[in-house]
Design a binder for this molecule. Structure first.
Ligand code: IVH
Length: 239
C-alpha cells in the first residue's frame, strides 16, 4: 500500500569543509537581512545512514508508518515498524495529530550476527535494514532487531508547539521516542569541534553515520528562511 506524507520528505544540502560551512551561515544572514557577523545557535547530531521513515499518530495512536519513497508517497510499513523495540505505538499526552520523521538502521553487532547466519549476505547494515523492513511477514522484521532514531516533525496539530529545535527533541523524548544525542552549539567553533570529535570517533560507534547535521535552533527564523525545492535553508549536513 502507498501512503502520502503530510508534507514532502526533502533532502539536506551538504557542506564538505569549514569554508562551505561559513558560506552556508553567510547565506542565512543574507537571506534574513542580518549583518554577516550575526551568530546563531545550532544543534548538532549524527546523520544516521539508514532508511528515512514517516510515522503518523492521531490522538496518540499510531496510524501509519511509511518509507520515504519518492519523498511525496512512500510504502506502508506500519505492521513492521510496530515490531521494533522501544517504538511507541500509543503516546501519552499526545497532540491531536503528529507526523514524526526518523531513520531506521541496523547496529553493527546485529549486522555481523545476522550475516553470519545467512547464506546470501547483505552488503551493508543499510541494505540489511532495508531488506528487513520490507518483509511481508512482520515476524521476520522483529527477529532482525532493528533500531531507530527520530529527528524531526513532518507536521502536527496546533497543540504541539515548541520554539527551539532542542525543545522539539525533548518533547519527542517525553513522548517516548528514541532521539540521538545532540549538542547545542553557540558558535561555529563549537559546531566544528563537534564535527571533529565525531570524525575521530565514528569508527567506534555501533552505527553508520555519514556526517553531522546542523540545525538552526530558532524555529521562528527557520520559518522565515523556508525551503528551496531541494530542502531547508536552515539545516545542513557536514560530510
Ligand atoms: S534532518 C529535510 N536529521 O538524511 C530533511 N535527517 O538528506 C531533514 N537523516 O531523508 C532531515 N539522520 O532520512 C535529519 N539526524 C538527522 C538525520 C537525517 C539521517 C536522513 C533523513 C533524510 C536525509 C536527508
Amino acid at each position: 500500500k502507498k501512503v502520502k506524507h503530510m508534507n514532502p520528505m526533502l533532502s539536506l544540502s551538504n557542506v564538505f569543509d569549514e569554508k562551505e560551512l561559513f558560506e552556508f551561515l553567510k547565506k542565512i544572514n543574507n537571506f534574513l537581512g542580518l549583518p554577516e557577523s550575526t551568530t546563531h545557535a545550532f544543534t548538532a547530531e549524527p546523520k544516521i545512514d539508514g532508511l528515512g521513515i514517516s510515522i503518523l499518530y492521531k490522538e496518540g495512536k499510531l496510524i501509519t508508518c511509511a518509507t520515504r519513497g519518492d519523498g511525496i508517497v512512500g510504502e506502508d510499513i506500519t505492521e513492521n515498524i510496530k515490531t521494533l523495540k522501544n517504538f511507541p505505538v500509543e503516546l501519552q499526552n499526545a497532540p491531536k495529530l503528529l507526523e514524526v520523521r526518523g531513520e531506521v538502521y541496523m547496529k553493527h553487532d546485529v549486522f555481523s550476527t545476522l550475516n553470519e547466519s545467512l547464506e546470501k549476505k547483505f552488503a551493508s547494515p543499510r541494505n540489511a535494514a532495508a531488506g528487513s523492513l520490507r518483509q511481508l511477514d512482520p515476524e521476520i522484521t522483529k527477529q532482525r532487531n532493528l533500531s531507530y532514531f527520530v529527528y524531526g516533525v513532518g507536521g502536527a496539530s496546533e497543540d504541539f508547539t515548541y520554539l527551539l529545535q532542542h525543545e522539539m527533541y525533548e518533547k519527542l523524548k517525553g513522548l517516548g521516542f528514541c532521539v540521538n544525542d545532540y549538542k547545542q552549539c553557540n558558535s561555529v567553533q563549537e559546531m566544528l569541534s563537534f564535527y571533529q570529535n565525531f570524525e575521530s570517533t565514528r569508527f567506534q560507534k555501533n552505527f553508520d553515520a555519514d556526517g553531522i547535521v546542523y540545525k538552526l535552533e530558532d524555529l521562528t527564523l527557520c520559518k522565515r528562511l523556508g525551503f528551496t525545492a531541494h530542502g531547508p535553508r536552515f539545516q545542513v549536513a557536514h560530510k
